[in-house]
Ligand binder design. Structure first.
Ligand SMILES: [Zn+2]
Length: 300
C-alpha cells in the first residue's frame, strides 16, 4: 500500500516541488571518509588542511548554474570549522540536513553515544542555518539490520526523515532485501526512511545512487539506471555525492589500504563533468520537499 505523506512542518511548496530527482551532498572532507578510518583517527583531523569549504563552494556554483536544488547533509565537525559554509548552503535555497557530528558508523556506536552525536549535530546546524533540521544521513549508510534502534532515537530528537539506507549487497553496509522505496521504519509513527536509488534486475539489486559507482560507470549507464529507478519507485530517485569527489588535487593518503585508495581516487578528474551532465539532463530538488509534497511516497 502506498500513502501520501503530508508533513505537518512542511516547507512551502516551491519551484523544485516538481523535480523528478532528489540530489544530496554529504559534506565531509577527504580525510574523514570511512575508507580511510583505519589509518586516520578523528583525533588527527585537525592536522589536515581543510578543503571541504572550497570544494562545496564549487558544488554550490555548479548547482546555481543549472538551477538545481539539493539536500546537504553536513557533518557537525565541518560545520563548527566552516560555519560560513552552512549559512551559504541555506542562503542559496538548499536544505541543510545532518550527517551527524563525528562520522562514526551508527552500528559501531552505543545507542547513547549515537543519540549524543545526532543531537549535537542537529543543534549546531539549526543554530547556524536558522531553520529546523529535519533530515539525517548516517555516515557510510550505517543504519541497517545491525542498528534498527537508530530510527526511534532520530525521531525522538525531532528528525522527521532519514536517508541512511542503501539496500544492496555491499561489503560494508546494506540489506539487499531491505525496502527500496521510502517507508515508515517505526510502526505507528510518521518518521520516514528514504533509501538512496537502486535498480533491480531479475531479483538482483544494483546501486545507481552515486559515489564510487557513479565515477566508475559510463555516464549513459548512470542516466539510464536513474531514470529506471525513478520509474520503479514512483518518485524522485535519490542521488548522492561528496564534495571531495570533484577535488582531484586533494592530498593522497598513501598509508590507506590499496582497495580503499582504488575506490576513493578512481576517476576524480572526470567526476565533475559527469555531475554536470546529470544536472543538465534532469531536474533536481531537495529531499524534504520531495517528501513534503508527496512526490516521494512511503509504503505503509
Ligand atoms: Zn559521510
Amino acid at each position: 500500500m502506498t500513502a501520501f505523506i503530508p508533513y505537518k512542518d512542511a516547507p512551502e511548496l516551491s519551484g523544485d516541488a516538481a523535480a523528478s530527482f532528489a540530489m544530496s551532498v554529504d559534506v565531509e572532507d577527504y580525510f574523514q571518509v570511512w575508507a580511510f578510518s583505519s589509518v586516520i583517527s578523528p583525533d588527527s583531523w585537525d592536522g589536515f588542511p581543510l578543503r571541504v569549504g572550497e570544494s562545496t563552494q564549487r558544488v554550490l556554483e555548479l548547482f546555481d548554474r543549472h538551477g538545481a536544488k539539493g539536500t546537504f547533509f553536513v557533518l557537525g565537525w565541518v560545520a563548527e570549522r566552516a560555519p560560513w559554509l552552512v549559512r551559504e548552503i541555506a542562503s542559496r535555497g538548499h536544505e541543510v540536513a545532518s550527517h551527524g557530528y563525528g562520522h562514526a558508523k551508527v552500528f559501531d556506536q552505543s545507542p547513547g553515544a549515537f543519540r549524543e552525536d545526532a543531537r549535537r549535530a542537529k543543534a549546531l546546524l539549526e543554530d547556524l542555518s536558522g531553520a529546523p533540521v529535519i533530515g539525517y544521513r548516517a555516515p557510510g549508510f550505517s543504519i541497517d539490520r545491525r542498528s534498527p534502534w537508530a530510527y526511534e532515537i532520530l525521531a525522538s530528537l525531532g528528525y522527521l526523515y532519514s536517508s541512511s539506507a542503501h539496500p544492496i549487497a555491499h561489503d560494508h553496509y546494506g540489506d539487499p532485501r531491505g525496502p527500496r522505496a521510502p517507508h515508515f521504519p517505526i510502526k505507528g509513527a510518521g518518521f520516514i526512511e528514504a533509501p538512496v536509488a537502486t535498480c533491480e534486475f531479475f531479483g538482483r539489486r544494483v546501486s545507481c545512487a552515486g559515489g564510487g559507482w557513479f565515477r566508475a560507470a559510463p555516464y549513459r549507464a548512470s542516466r539510464a539506471l536513474l531514470t529506471r529507478a525513478t520509474r520503479d519507485l514512483g518518485g524522485p530517485a535519490i542521488f548522492y555525492f561528496h564534495p571531495w569527489e570533484i577535488d582531484p588535487a586533494q592530498p593522497r593518503i598513501r598509508s590507506a589500504p590499496l582497495k580503499s585508495r582504488m575506490r576513493h581516487y578512481f576517476n576524480l578528474a572526470g567526476a565533475e563533468r559527469k555531475l554536470e551532465r546529470l544536472l543538465e539532463d534532469f531536474v533536481w530538488g531537495r529531499i524534504d520537499r520531495a517528501l513534503a509534497t508527496g512526490a516521494l511516497r512511503a509504503a505503509a
